[in-house]
Design a protein around this ligand. Sequence first.
Ligand SMILES: NC(=O)c1ccc[n+]([C@@H]2O[C@H](COP(=O)([O-])OP(=O)(O)OC[C@H]3O[C@@H](n4cnc5c(N)ncnc54)[C@H](O)[C@@H]3O)[C@@H](O)[C@H]2O)c1
Ligand SMILES: N[C@@H](CCC=O)C(=O)O
Length: 524
Amino acid sequence: MTQGAFELTYASMYQPPQELHDAFESALKTFAADGAQEHPLWIAGKPVHTEERLDKRSPADLDTTIGRFSVASLRDADAAMAAATGAARSWGLTPWRERVAIIRRAQQRIQARMYEIAVAVSREVGKNRVEALAEVAEVVDFCKIYCAQMEAHEGFDRVLPSDPVPGMHLTNRSVMRPYGVWVVIAPFNYPFALAAGPSLAALVAGNAVVLKGSLATPWSGVLLAECLHEAGVPAGVFNNIVGDGPGIGAALVTDDRTGGVTFTGSHAVGRGILAHQASRFIPRPCITEMGGKNSAIVLPGADLDAAAKGVARSAFGMGGQKCSALSRVFVHEDIADDLIGRVAEFVKTLVIGDPLERGTFAGPLATENGYRNFGRYCEQLAGSARIVMGGHKPDMPRRGQYVANTLAEADASHPLWSQELFCPILLVGRVKSRDEAMQRANAVPYGLTAGFFGAEEDIPWFMDNIEAGVTFANRSLGATTGAWPGYQPFGGWKASGNTGKGLASFYYLPQYMREQSRTIARAS
Ligand SMILES: NC(=O)c1ccc[n+]([C@@H]2O[C@H](COP(=O)([O-])OP(=O)(O)OC[C@H]3O[C@@H](n4cnc5c(N)ncnc54)[C@H](O)[C@@H]3O)[C@@H](O)[C@H]2O)c1
Ligand SMILES: N[C@@H](CCC=O)C(=O)O
């Protein structure tokens, strides 16, 4: 989102202009939370109210309900698949320029409703207002990028030379065609961006979509469905259902009518979905974006103030509930005390509180599960690590899922070094050399993001050796977090993702299409 010269991204979000706050405040007033408001599923171009409803509680105040959400049954999931199957053929045959025009209208609808969507995202996830606004702005950029890529590649339709056969004229073409119905499974932490990003790519490529978001964050998908409907996406081409993973999600990804799947979520679930798609008699494409256990390396020569800010922002932003969150820092022993002191000082300035308030850095944890896990991890650390700060659940004016930013030093053998925690816990390890730091950074199965702070001449060594899909050096705005479409393609290596291609990169969109070679022979 651009306001004057200001462009809102996850890196620029720390100092947004006053107009952005004013517009958010005004949306807060007009788009008030009405706990009794009913939110439907969207199937076959229509809102569908179901018998089963979920009263969604605010993670910031568990005594407040933010809306009543229809929950899909297996019959609703089947209806969504049937609607998408019925609509897929004509959408796939719609000229790509028309599809691009519709997605551009969707971009305008999302832009026009940006502040109210951000209010909803902030309320359901508990993320602060700028994180929420940036999440919506990211979707605007996904629309722009995928439409521009279709145009730049002329709809991925290429005329090829005639082959040299005497007495015959052969016309050759390569066209990229959609798979049919694409199932998108989204996580709770970026319920708008990670539902919209894959859905928009699938749609512009000509697939019909069935989206299933997380039960923990059911609102974003409804708003996305409304925007796409307002933009004129034909009935059945985009369907949104809300339901549990093992029941409704599994039904979608195993359905015979599914043509391809994009899953964003934990490794435990993603791996199973990927195995299923690969083992079918007709294997299906499957894009999995999974967990992370991201590290930063800090070496002598680093600007330690910049490092402290970058480390704290990426470890504790959004309560550590980013797949890109920093959870391990390896710092050279000569500068370790200095870095730890600066991180602790900076963290004291970060406000934990009501996510809708202007000054809040981090709100509550989004899920009950995450809140419980945080307590468990802190108990584990209490007996076996040096807790520098945090390690508890703070007293707050409201009964929300609030936790303290936690920094701890633990032995290399501690089990929390290798497990994704998804809460604001940062482990620090002292190292004797840059090679020891690299060895420990790479000694986990994940490979999503990584950061480095140190001398310019060490940056190529870091980027050439680190096993991660997204790398940053000397970035105080976030050591490992805050990739933005068009600037930093975002995708994981190793157990963090199976395709090796980042969201919004040049290589992403073609994954939603399959190539057809077309040769026509005529006598010459
Ligand atoms: N790599 C990335 O780009 C990226 C981005 C965001 C989040 N994540 C990861 O997501 C995780 C946090 O999100 P979460 O807790 O919502 O993840 P999760 O795996 O629990 O759930 C993700 C989605 O999968 C659904 N699901 C669960 N079981 C299923 C099944 N058997 N079949 C089909 N669908 C099923 C859930 O209902 C939800 O919609 C973290 O591991 C985080 O690192 C990764
Ligand atoms: N794209 C976000 C992370 C999304 C995953 O949770 C970032 O780069 O920080």
